[in-house]
Design a protein around this ligand. Structure first.
Ligand code: F6P
Length: 319
């Protein structure tokens, strides 16, 4: 059966590179005379049958835009059988014969159920700044977020120097320390807290013996760590009087903005590969990248596995 119409959904937290991927899907699909439509605000749009027709002309100038032109969201209804039933009816109603989802772990979990229940090719693309998806070295948006973090923290370091302050800076990443660790390597901080094995007394010691080496401590937001930045800030503020201590939560500034070169390239490759898979009627696949090669990850395997934090040996050797 020839695929004629595909649906695209961006779901969960947006990430830079989602728009590049949408453009890649629409452009590549059009070569095979496949029409693309984009559902609005994640799975919610699929359930409410709210969509936009996409064309090469409509996606011409979106390559540099952060966020997602389709909107995104986290739909509770899609996690119910009833919600997925409505979603499937809408796909049929619109004559859609393939679906591509760009999103994080939660969004990919959603499609795993759906594709086991209904017979339609569904392909996932890992889109999240957190880089926490099993099986892929990189997720869309991670590199852009790293770049946003280092640009923002460079500015904070200027304030820290001018005011003789130490800043505790919390960065995003949900339950993993990728953003904290790898941005930290590029910022020369006093300490990086990227998992729950940090030592608060050591941090204090580093500040006391600082010798102007650095003025920042980077801390991963991490629900397992249990609000580490707050605890560290409290303890250090109480015990250190050589410096003024400040705390900053970097927040959503990390998630917005134009995608980096790497995220644009990933977006193009992920988009193209996902269309190829749909054309071949593949199902239950998430596109990823491993050792610089585009790979396919089994969706059912992915949702049951947690990505292990991976320190790159190259940096361990030289820093
Ligand atoms: O998953 C991306 C992310 O930005 C995480 O780093 C963060 O914990 C979370 O989303 C914030 O979620 P929300 O946009 O729902 O506040």
């Amino acid at each position: 059966m020839k695929i004629k119409r595909i649906g695209i959904i961006t779901s969960g937290g947006d990430s830079p590179g989602m728009n590049t991927t949408i453009k890649s899907i629409v452009n590549y699909a059009s070569i095979y005379k496949i029409k693309s439509i984009g559902f609005k605000f994640g799975y919610r749009g699929l359930i409410l049958n709210k969509y936009k027709r996409l064309s090469n002309n409509k996606v011409k100038n979106i390559i540099n835009l952060g966020g997602t032109i389709l909107g995104t969201g986290r739909s509770k209804l899609f996690y119910t059988k009833k919600g997925r039933e409505i979603a499937y009816k809408n796909l049929n109603y619109n004559n859609i014969d393939g679906l591509i989802i760009i999103g994080g772990n939660g969004s990919l979990k959603g499609i795993s159920k759906f594709s086991n229940e209904y017979n339609i090719p569904i392909i996932g693309i890992p889109g999240t700044i957190d880089n926490d998806i099993y099986g892929t070295d990189l997720t869309l948006g991670y590199d852009s977020a790293l770049n946003s973090i280092i640009r923002s923290i460079d500015k904070i370091k200027e304030i820290a120097s001018s005011n003789n302050r130490i800043f505790i800076i919390e960065v995003m990443g949900r339950n993993t320390g990728y953003l904290a660790y790898y941005s930290g390597l590029a910022l020369s901080p006093l300490y990086i807290v990227y998992n729950n094995e940090y030592n608060i007394n050591k941090i204090e010691e580093y500040i006391k013996n600082n010798q102007n080496y650095s003025n920042i401590i980077i801390v991963a937001e991490n629900k397992y760590i249990g609000n580490a930045s707050k605890l560290i800030y409290k303890k250090i503020k109480k015990n250190i009087n050589k410096y003024e201590i400040r705390k900053t939560i970097l927040g959503y500034i990390q998630r917005g903005g134009s995608p980096s070169c790497i995220d644009r390239l990933l977006g193009f490759l992920f988009g193209k590969e996902s269309v190829k898979k749909i054309i071949n009627y593949n199902n239950n696949i998430v596109i990823g990248v491993k050792n610089n090669k585009i790979i396919n990850i089994n969706l059912n395997k992915l949702i049951n596995k947690k990505k292990k934090f991976n320190k790159n040996n190259l940096y361990n050797t030289y820093l």
